[in-house]
Design a protein. Structure first.
Length: 344
């Protein structure tokens, strides 16, 4: 359901700066305490580099979208803050403080996620994304670092700077949405980017987000991104080496052959390496099967969120935990990875 409440601007001086959580081209994310209430929040700094540029379009889009969404597995935006000083073009987005992100948890050498916890996080991710897709929205940057976890082990999808509304039919019958509009293919962090985007398909669907879910699923076991391409061409090759590709599959060959393919990714026969890649991590047959359905090279047959939620993987032992069934983890963020590496 859409939430209709909108709130105004308040003052950045209402917050006490505690520590830096992240940094990027947009600015920084800082852990802060609201002085009046004592609540912990995350402040995302939005910088307008030139006065004439106006408010950043991606930030405006993110704020607008977040204020309309209401789901337990989607981060909500508390407020927008004015810097209230002489520096022009500095604004902040305020969201609830989340104790960890999934990248931080997976990279923390002191933390091990049991199978029932992995299933718990996967279910929450799929439920949140399914809600998003049924609001006719693409996220377009699903990755472990954008999946935040609070003190109650509730996972929330964050960072909607690349999200967009789509025109077309909703996902159904195990498959993705349809689309009637073209969109830029220059979206999604490379290591989580669906193969059709690497071939510059502009008529993509919600299947690009489900590919990201597949990458995150594999990362829950591998503890780091499973497809680390050094370039867009290398990314495509790594995808085909993992999942396999056959020129005998006329439907798939025809689909990719008709795409622009500016990265010059060679369409040749690759043997699937999926089972061997994950053999050291003792995935069940159902886990491998679900992974293959989410990482299906064909976006038209790739599983949607509802199909994934109904997969036997979630019904086999050990059953998924509920968020409140296990203790919260040590605070762990992507910014902590350098410290983790020094501790090893």
């Amino acid at each position: 359901m859409y939430q209709k409440d909108f709130y105004g601007m308040s003052n950045i001086n209402d917050y006490l700066n505690l520590s830096k959580l992240g940094e990027g081209t947009f600015g920084t994310v800082t852990k802060c305490k609201q002085k009046k209430t004592g609540k912990l929040v995350a402040l995302k700094k939005l910088i307008v580099h030139k006065k004439d540029d106006g408010f950043p379009l991606t930030s405006l889009r993110e704020i607008t979208i977040l204020k309309k969404l209401k789901h337990k597995n989607i981060i909500h935006e508390n407020n927008n803050e004015n810097s209230n000083n002489s520096i022009p073009g500095v604004f902040y987005m305020v969201t609830p403080y989340m104790s960890s992100d999934l990248t931080g948890l997976l990279q923390n050498p002191r933390i091990t996620l049991n199978e029932n916890v992995k299933k718990c996080f996967m279910i929450q991710l799929l439920e949140g994304l399914n809600y998003l897709h049924h609001q006719k929205l693409y996220h377009r940057d699903i990755k472990a670092a954008n999946l935040l976890i609070d003190y109650n082990n509730v996972l929330k999808i964050a960072d909607f700077g690349l999200a967009r509304h789509y025109k077309g039919d909703l996902p159904r019958d195990n498959h993705a949405s349809t689309t009637t509009c073209k969109y830029t293919s220059l979206v999604v962090t490379r290591w989580y980017r669906a193969p059709e985007l690497l071939f510059f398909d502009s008529l993509y669907t919600t299947a690009i987000d489900c590919w990201g879910v597949g990458c995150v699923f594999g990362e829950l076991y591998y503890k780091k991104p499973i497809l680390q391409g050094a370039s867009d061409m290398d990314q495509g090759i790594k995808i085909f080496e993992l999942m396999g590709f056959s020129n005998d599959n006329k439907k798939l060959l025809d689909y990719y052959s008709k795409l622009p393919n500016p990265n010059k990714i060679i369409l040749t026969t690759y043997q699937s390496n999926l089972n061997d890649f994950f053999k050291p991590f003792a995935l069940s047959k159902n886990a491998i099967d679900l992974l293959s359905k989410l990482l299906d090279l064909n976006p038209k047959t790739r599983y949607n969120c509802e199909a994934a939620l109904n997969h036997p993987y979630f019904k086999e032992y050990p059953l998924p935990s509920k968020p409140y069934d296990f203790k919260s983890f040590e605070e762990s963020h992507e910014m902590d990875i350098k410290r983790y590496n020094e501790e090893k």
